[in-house]
Write a protein that binds this ligand. Structure first.
Ligand code: SF4
Length: 366
């Protein structure tokens, strides 16, 4: 947990904080209520408490590590914990963690719909957002003002727009993947205005012409952990030209058609359905495959790396369709499964090296 930063936000700005499990949550509601959102992707490394043994070993490391971390009281600095309905594991944690003791923080849930933008899903989602807003008001100790919510929505759109430009200009950014992703992932805990300032500084570094000399690859997956995967791609002679990691690129909403002056909860519903396809939000594989092909075609990437956490049901559900989609196009694809190890296993590094070498040879032969 980013304890020092959370305490500083409380001391200097009077902001309370909420630990948030992956993946999708309406951050705008928290920002509008002056609540700091601190995401908990595990955390990576060995489990930090004995309660990891309370769930089966075939539950993913993200959920197991979060259980160990929270039940051991490591999140005592936050004021609440938010569990989005990403998968059965995270939904289960919302009841297991308070039951096991060790984490007495209020447990909030966000049960987002799993499907396309039907009228029933829109009505349900708006009710769910309003219910979560009421719970967050209780944590913040203040009422949600519509104008503040509109301002928060505008701020997060600015963040998404800037991030989209940085990611689209990846080949023109003179930074290694590791350095870029360390910056991008600071958005998981920074106050949004600070994150936007850092993103603008990144954007200012974009050159007018490509500076990346490695082989461009597309990555689709969950979260760039262990972050050594970025070093391995870089060291092998490639770079991440297109990002569909659920934690990063897949959370950047590019099509932002909504009524900025209208009812802010409706705007949040519109934005939820405008986000890129994600198997944790709906199961329309056709739409997702079209989206991935579109990303790939526009990027000039030479191959695809599918990088998934072991035992992740929603992500693994789409893997056969992804393999078939790119096989049909004769696009080279490397499938990797990792846990939340501190270091990337040597065997995985070797597979990345071999894959990039194969892409380099194909490019030379073309
Ligand atoms: S099963 Fe997948 S989506 Fe659910 S917590 Fe684990 S890694 Fe995340």
């Amino acid at each position: 947990m980013r304890r020092a930063y959370i305490e500083r936000q409380r001391g200097e700005h009077g902001r309370k904080s909420v630990a948030v499990l992956p993946v999708h949550h309406p951050k705008e509601l928290l920002t509008a209520l002056d609540l700091l959102s601190v995401e908990l992707w595990g955390p990576p490394g060995p489990p930090r408490g004995p309660d990891v043994g309370r769930v089966q070993s075939y539950v993913c490391a993200v959920a197991r590590n979060a259980l160990a971390f929270l039940a051991a009281g490591h999140a005592d600095v936050v004021d609440a914990v938010l569990y989005p309905h990403t998968c059965d594991s995270i939904q289960g944690l919302a009841t297991l963690i308070p039951d096991f003791g060790g984490c007495a923080k209020p447990a909030l849930t966000f049960l987002h719909p799993k499907g396309p933008s039907r009228p029933s899903a829109r009505t349900y989602l708006e009710a769910e957002l309003r219910s979560l807003a009421a719970s967050l008001e209780g944590i913040a100790g203040k009422e949600l003002e519509p104008e503040r919510l509109r301002a928060a929505i505008a701020l997060h759109r600015e963040i998404d727009d800037t991030k989209a430009r940085v990611l689209a200009g990846r080949a023109r950014l003179p930074l290694a993947d590791r350095a870029l992703y360390e910056q991008l992932r600071r958005g998981e805990f920074l106050w949004p205005e600070e994150h936007l300032a850092e993103l603008r500084a990144l954007e200012a570094r974009l050159e007018s012409a490509p500076v990346q000399r490695g082989v461009p690859v597309m990555v689709t997956g969950y979260v760039p952990e262990p972050m050594g995967i970025l070093d391995a791609i870089d060291d092998a002679g490639a770079f991440v030209a297109v990002d569909d990691w659920a934690a990063i690129g897949r959370r950047v909403t590019r099509a932002q058609t909504f009524d900025r002056a209208g009812e802010p909860f409706r705007a949040l519903v519109d934005l939820y359905h405008a986000a890129p396809p994600c198997p944790t939000r709906h199961a329309d594989q056709g739409a997702r495959m079209r989206h991935l092909l579109d990303l790939f075609d526009r990027s000039g990437a030479a191959g695809v790396i599918v990088h998934e956490p072991k035992f992740c049901e929603p992500e693994l559900f789409d893997v056969p369709a992804i393999k078939k989609t790119f096989a049909d196009r004769k696009v080279p694809l490397l499938y990797l499964e990792t846990e939340l190890e501190a270091e990337l296993p040597g065997q995985t590094v070797t597979r990345i090296e071999a894959f990039v070498e194969m892409l380099q040879s194909s490019r030379r032969a073309a």
